[in-house]
Design a protein around this ligand. Structure first.
Ligand code: HEC
Length: 212
């Protein structure tokens, strides 16, 4: 007790105790209320999560209810059966997608709107090579190149997946227009908003399909 009184007596200890109390009483970071815009999340993202439903039903779980680490969650995503070289090609494209989003965010952070627009056009937009497999084959297109990777991708991808892919590439082209406009207006909010319409489609597809 004397030690406690001594602790409380010093100014530094009082600050320390106040900090501890603040940490203990602070609301958890993940306590998001419905007013926070979660209603804007596309429906594909709000897919049922069996692990969460089990928890709500009170089924015992082997891990603490608040932990997502190591929790068993049934995977409801559709498993795609792609040949190995197509799989490697797609994942390679995916890593480029992520690097592009990263580059765009850094460009936006330094007010380089033209740079952000160019990255979107070259790597994600409808005219970029990465969009070929998601685009419908033009009616006047000649015979596909034998064993062309894009042609194979088009064949193996479920129609709905191609639709989401096309929506992502379209949103990227739209973002490029908004970003180029922001070079004059410096309206970074509009640019970030347009970029989030791209990433919403990344999220929607990832919520529905898997390769392994
Ligand atoms: C049309 C569907 C679709 C879209 C759109 C899409 N992805 Fe993917 N992506 C996938 C699938 C399927 C996988 C494999 C996931 C798995 O097997 O668990 C994947 C995997 C990835 C990976 C892992 C790569 C690796 O080497 O393992 C990254 C990173 C990624 N995507 C980023 C993105 C980003 C960023 C976007 C948006 C700009 C995006 N993806 C848009 C379908 C998509």
């Amino acid at each position: 007790m004397r030690v406690f009184r001594h602790l409380c007596a010093t100014a530094t200890s009082r600050v320390f105790l106040a900090l501890l109390a603040a940490i203990a009483l602070a609301p958890p970071l993940y306590a998001v209320s419905p007013e926070d815009g979660s209603a804007d999340v596309p429906s594909a993202v709000n897919h049922p999560m069996p692990g969460r439903d089990q928890m709500l039903a009170g089924t015992p779980s082997t891990t603490p209810a608040h932990s997502h680490v190591g929790m068993f969650v049934a995977d409801s995503r559709v498993l795609l059966k792609f040949p190995p070289q197509m799989r490697a090609h797609m994942l390679n494209n995916m890593r480029d997608h992520l690097a592009t989003i990263d580059g765009i965010l850094r460009a936006l952070a330094s007010d380089n709107y033209d740079g952000a627009a160019k990255l979107a056009v070259d790597h994600l937009g409808l005219d970029s090579p990465f969009s070929a497999a998601c685009k419908p084959r033009p009616a006047n297109a000649g015979a596909p190149a034998p064993r062309s990777m894009d042609e194979m991708m088009r064949m193996y991808m479920p129609a709905r997946m191609r639709t989401i892919g096309l929506a992502m590439h379209t949103a990227a082209s739209d973002f490029a227009v908004v970003a180029a406009h922001a070079a004059a207006t410096h309206d970074s909010k509009a640019a970030v908003e347009a970029l989030s319409r791209v990433t919403q489609n990344c999220v929607a597809c990832h919520a529905s399909y898997r390769l392994r």
